[in-house]
Design a protein around this ligand. Structure first.
Ligand SMILES: *Cc1c(COP(=O)(O)O)cnc(C)c1O
Length: 404
């Protein structure tokens, strides 16, 4: 058995008060909190070996380069990529998706088709719409049902030899639904389409194996899994990364530059123009080490307990409706109180020290589907407790009384 009290003590922010009340942090799906072990790595970097990487002959530069490349290997092993150079370090999920969408502009032709799902974050919609505008490709949408699950029969029917690319999230940030990505990938490959999985919301909860999934691209952000903001990753199969053109031009990504012809560096540097977030990359590796030491099986089992308990307790409140009721979901609960605007509830909860997200959660199509302006979203991490859920329940009850 793991000592969850001890784990909580790793997160200094959990000791602070907000509006005079102990902080209850239930906005983990927007960003996770950072353990002391990762904060120490950040402080150590700027205190002891801050230097630019890959080009210095001096010792600090060498040390920073070694630690940055070691982090790339940590990320490679975490996701079980075949090669370290298949891991591209980016500024986050959004940039990773834009990088791939940019690359596909030279691979798609008019009337080619690409498929998205109704359950996506705007980050996994808008870059592809821009790609379709540029290329004349058509965007098709896998519909969802009332439980917040994808309609897989419709997906099968959308696929054809015109389909070139499918992009779906592993887990929905707005509802918590775990999508059947194994089936999605296999069926796409049967018609020769590539697949990008947006793992921003899954990586805090599960440990994906990109080789077992046989996925072409997998993307994630460090800040949702105990790492810092401004850093993330793109896994791409070697053959796909070789097919895509560079994303940005600049330093680091070249082999030879002259005014008549420039040749590009090999992987991964071809996609890493300019000075990267060096400290962030190193801290990303530290965050993965931290989570792996706790163990993703332990994390998943504990978060399931929190999800079941939170769901049961919230449903005791009359007039409360939960959106996203798939049996395959992670510890995200999106809900509304009948006749009350989610924003008003969120504002009152904040006064009680409880941080939840309210609004459309960057997923307006889902809100349109349910014909609601937004939801209140409580998302739990492994450092949350049932006692905190009790505080949320009391808070929601109080807010309901005050607003009705
Ligand atoms: C958070 C999130 C994103 C965007 O991630 P950034 O870190 O803001 O780039 C994309 N997709 C999903 C599912 C997310 O949860």
């Amino acid at each position: 058995m793991l000592d969850w009290k001890k784990i909580r003590a790793d997160f200094p922010i959990l000791n602070r008060k907000v509006n005079g009340k102990p902080l209850v942090y239930f906005d983990n799906a927007a960003t996770s909190q950072t353990p002391q072990q990762v904060i120490d790595v950040i402080v150590d970097y700027y205190s002891n070996y801050n230097a630019n990487i890959h080009r210095g002959v001096h010792s600090l530069s060498q040390e920073a380069t070694d630690k940055y490349e070691a982090a790339r290997h940590t990320i490679q092993h975490h996701f079980n990529a075949k090669h370290a150079y298949e891991i591209i370090l980016t500024s986050g999920t959004t940039e990773s998706i834009n990088l791939v969408a940019h690359g596909f502009a030279s691979l798609l032709e008019k009337d080619d088709e690409v498929i998205v799902s109704a359950l996506e974050h705007h980050s996994n919609i808008v870059p592809w719409q821009m790609l379709c505008e540029k290329t004349g490709a058509l965007l098709k949408v896998i519909p969802m049902n009332q439980n917040g699950e994808l309609e897989m029969d419709s997906y099968s029917k959308l696929l054809s030899n015109k389909t070139k690319l499918v992009f779906v999230n592993h887990i929905s940030n707005a509802l918590g639904t775990i999508n059947p990505i194994e089936k999605i990938i296999e069926q796409a490959h049967n018609v020769g389409a590539a697949v990008l999985i947006d793992g921003a919301q899954s990586c805090p909860h599960v440990k994906p194996d990109v080789q077992a999934l046989n996925v072409d691209f997998y993307v994630a952000s460090a800040h949702k899994m105990c790492g810092p903001t401004g850093v993330g990753m793109l896994y791409g199969k070697e053959e796909w990364l070789n097919k895509l053109p560079p994303y940005q031009g600049g330093g680091e990504m070249i082999d030879q530059v002259s005014f008549t012809k420039t040749t590009y560096a090999g992987l991964p540097h071809k996609f890493e123009a300019g000075t990267p977030n060096i400290c962030g990359g190193i801290a990303f590796g530290a965050a993965l080490n931290y989570m792996n030491a706790i163990g993703f099986n332990n994390i998943a089992a504990y978060e399931k307990e929190l999800l079941d308990y939170g769901t049961k307790r919230l449903l005791e409140i009359e007039g409360l409706k939960i959106y996203g009721t798939s049996i395959n979901k992670t510890s995200v609960i999106s809900f509304n109180l009948k006749g009350i605007h989610p924003y008003d509830v969120g504002t009152l909860l904040d006064k009680m020290g409880i941080a939840v997200r309210t609004g459309h959660h960057c997923a307006q199509p889902i809100m349109d589907y349910y014909k609601i302006p937004g939801t209140i979203r409580a998302s739990f991490a492994f450092y949350n407790t049932k006692a905190e859920i009790d505080t949320l329940i009391e808070g929601v009850k109080k807010a309901k009384m005050m607003l009705s």
